[in-house]
Design a protein around this ligand. Structure first.
Ligand SMILES: [Zn+2]
Length: 190
């Protein structure tokens, strides 16, 4: 069985848009969550935000269980407080095959709602805190590449250029988004 959704990649405009507040938890939202979880497990990924499957809603799913399954949903999440610094090699399903060491706050207090509409408050650190910050970025139309420093961006462009030259379509789309001008296929350069 294939996943219900296709993951949108860097270059897709939906990933740059701010997602909208959820005002109503109903059956269709529950179905969306189920389908997002299935898509996330299929990849596999630790987390998935609605814009990554083309849905502009402020919601993400995640599962940080080391064994078995522990699917979680956060609706209309907000980071109330963050503290410290932590470096982590961060990747993203929407920027496939690339990851970078990025420093972000080490701990966060996040508040949101679960699928029953109950308020949830979580004090998270390290990996969990990183996941929350990453997924919340998605809801605000921010992608991992916007956290890169100049050196990391240079490296990313180099890798993408090489992949696009080998005919990798998603690398081509990502390169276009980064404003890279690539040699046309079949054109021999001096
Ligand atoms: Zn991501």
């Amino acid at each position: 069985m294939s996943a219900p959704y296709r993951i949108r990649h860097y270059g897709d405009p939906v990933l740059k848009q701010r997602a909208k507040e959820i005002t109503n938890i109903d059956g269709s939202l529950v179905r969306l969550v189920d389908d997002m979880l299935e898509t996330m497990y299929d990849e596999p990924g630790l987390g998935l935000a609605a814009p990554q499957v083309g849905i502009r809603k402020r919601l993400f799913v995640y599962d940080l269980a080391e064994e078995g399954y522990d699917p979680r949903t956060l609706i209309n999440p907000e980071i109330i407080e963050s503290d410290g610094e932590w470096e982590f090699n961060e990747g993203c399903l929407s920027v496939p095959g690339l990851s970078w060491h990025i420093v972000r706050p080490k701990t966060v207090h996040i508040r949101g709602y679960d699928l029953d509409g109950n308020e949830v408050n979580i004090e998270a650190d390290e990996l969990e805190a990183r996941l929350f910050q990453h997924e919340l970025d998605h809801l605000n139309g921010v992608l991992l590449v916007e956290h890169l420093d100049d050196e990391q961006m240079k490296e990313a462009k180099k890798i993408l250029r090489e992949r696009a030259e080998k005919g990798d379509g998603s690398a081509q789309a990502m390169s276009d988004e980064l404003g890279l001008s690539l040699p046309k296929p079949g054109l021999s350069l001096p």
